[in-house]
Design a protein around this ligand. Sequence first.
Ligand code: ATP
Length: 268
Amino acid sequence: MALLELKNICVGYGRHRVLENIDLTLERGEIVTLLGANGAGKSTLAKAISGLLRLETGSILLEGEAIEALMPAERLRRGIAHVPEGRQIFAGMTVAENLELGAYASSETDHAAQLEIVWTLFPVLRQRMKDIAGNFSGGQQQMLAIARGLMSKPKILVLDEPSLGIAPLLVAEIFHLIERLRGQGITVLLAEQNARQALSIADRGYVFENGRITLEGRAADLLNSQDIAVRYLGMGNAADLSDSASDALASRLRCVLNNPSMGAPDKA
Ligand code: ATP
């Protein structure tokens, strides 16, 4: 039985339908990545899984049990922790206070045990446990956001764009850390625009376009796929693309430079 199974789900905001007929599975111990451009629907899916958004239709099974009617707090208690895009830590609070809030649903024993795991994974947070989180760099805030998610002892960690707005050196550290989470037995669903790095640590991936899954497969196969390179043209940064995609992007840029009108924004 899959750890998490989404069956034919449709999700939207009011009358604006975003996700159409999504089927997706997560097996225990996997890192599965969701790829796609801005607005493709990755964050919407993350919110639907954690319960911040209700399904219009379809079903979500956690270890075979339907959870789509449960509130976010109950889903958290059952093992789904969501680290949203943009980190959303409590900037005016200390590291220790942020972590405590992440553990609000845990017993004291679990709290102490999880804190030890967090300190081992993030020694820098231990050193700075009494510091105000808002003074940290973007990368350190992201680490704190992930650490806070871990405090609930999750089975599944849903990470939404953890590399967004972070210096490249720290991005590498964060991806390395996500790999170590799998080593701790945590299953990770990773929404990312940083396709190459996400696929390099993932077991499988799903590609989203306009709220639909257009491609899925083993990460190694997706990483070598010409299709991915083409789909990712003009998205993310060139350093994140495969060589062939970078070449195509460079050629497109040359065209725009030679024809400035091609790169101009559309007029209203
Ligand atoms: P990004 O990386 O930019 O967040 P994404 O793949 O996560 O992209 P979503 O944030 O899920 O994409 O957005 C999918 C669609 O839903 C977009 O068309 C977006 O405009 C729309 N959308 C997102 N949030 C809301 C909202 N609160 N109300 C209405 N529409 C929304």
